[in-house]
Design a protein around this ligand. Sequence first.
Ligand code: FAD
Length: 419
Amino acid sequence: MTHKVDVLIIGGGAIGLSAAHYLQRAGRAVTVLDQKAVAAGSSSGNAGHIVPSHIVPLAAPGIIGTALRWLRDPKNSPFGMRLSADPTYLSWLLQFAAACSARNVRGAIPALKALGALSARNFSRLVRDEALNCAYNQTGLLFLYKTRAALDAGRHEAELLHQHGLPADVLDEALVHWREPAALPDVIGGVHYTGDASLDPARFLRALADRVIARGADVRENTPVTVLESAGERVTRVRTSAGDFEAEQVVLAAGAWTPQVARGLGLNLPVQPARGYSLTARAGVALPRQALLLGERRVAVTPMGEQLRFTGRLELSDLDTTPSPEHIAGIERAVREYLAIDERLRLVGTWAGLRPTTPDGVPIIGLSPRHKNLIIATGHAMLGLSLGPGTGQVVAELAMGKTPSIDLGRFSVAWNARR
Ligand SMILES: Cc1cc2nc3c(=O)[nH]c(=O)nc-3n(C[C@H](O)[C@H](O)[C@H](O)COP(=O)(O)OP(=O)(O)OC[C@H]3O[C@@H](n4cnc5c(N)ncnc54)[C@H](O)[C@@H]3O)c2cc1C
């Protein structure tokens, strides 16, 4: 059986659902396919940080040395990587190493800044206009530091943000303890990114999915796409476990699975999965006031209404999403180094998710260079929630043949293929 549809979105995570929302607002009829459930998976158990302050890509000078140092302490390391001779993986690693340059950072900053700002604006409108109940909190993101060297690096980053017109307040010891009473005495300072926000990503995405469905979207869960067929300059058929689809426009937003779904289309989509973990507990007596980032340990802390979430670790991995008890215990240990939290946590759940990661730290968003009816939106790495509503808006603009609200040159599939 063949279904004929207007816009077919593959993937119902933060990117696919945001695209669905903005496409509907532009008057399009959307169908969303997901191999599992929508508003779940990698987009649901993350830290929920909305960070327009995050304008420096992961691929930056110095990161390889830092990563190698971290690998010497596998029990506590915020970073890990699989060993594999897979040529695609090795080529990605080489591309990543080549991208760790000041030139890459200079090129990426304007792109990430523009998309981050568009997205942050869209979040506040979405939450307000759609009345989304998702523990949205605009008190900013506070980095906590215990060592002079890390605080100095934080101060340096704050200066860089000032140069780009973004707010960041450096806090001394007294101020940081006033701002976050749950911080332990040996926290010596912090940086407060006052333009950032946080929310409960699962509640946000569930509410967004419900709105999209209420407006008539056909959302099909447990419907894996098996093959994309193309002829000439079009994707002609999308084969799934529940029949075939023919679409005016296809949006490919399958996160870390995107290269797998797109195989056979002749596109270069350098996206590798980077796994991370979270544990969620019932909010205890000692509750941090706001979203935090524990500087040296790279662990995120997010109060989400009645719950508290701790998130961390980046592992260049395979597509497995089984939570690792060992690394989740490491995340909890790291939190206890910085914060006075309850001695026994009332655990709600543990989780693992995959960041779809490009070598240069910039997402891939744009029309396929080979197919006139295919838009690709992936590679958002550690920012997929944060950049979701901005990405959704520009995807809708591309689908409508409009000039996108931000310059997409640096995000384009062709730019990625040139490297
Ligand atoms: C530990 C951790 C913490 C994070 N913290 C933050 C944060 O604080 N802020 C932030 O902005 N980001 C954060 N992220 C990153 C964020 O979670 C990701 O960038 C985001 O989930 C990517 O969204 P996506 O829609 O591209 O992919 P996904 O959420 O993975 O969605 C892709 C969807 O495609 C579906 N799919 C795959 N293959 C097929 C197929 N063949 N057919 C049909 N459907 C398919 C999948 O089932 C999935 O639902 C974090 C990630 C991790 C791991």
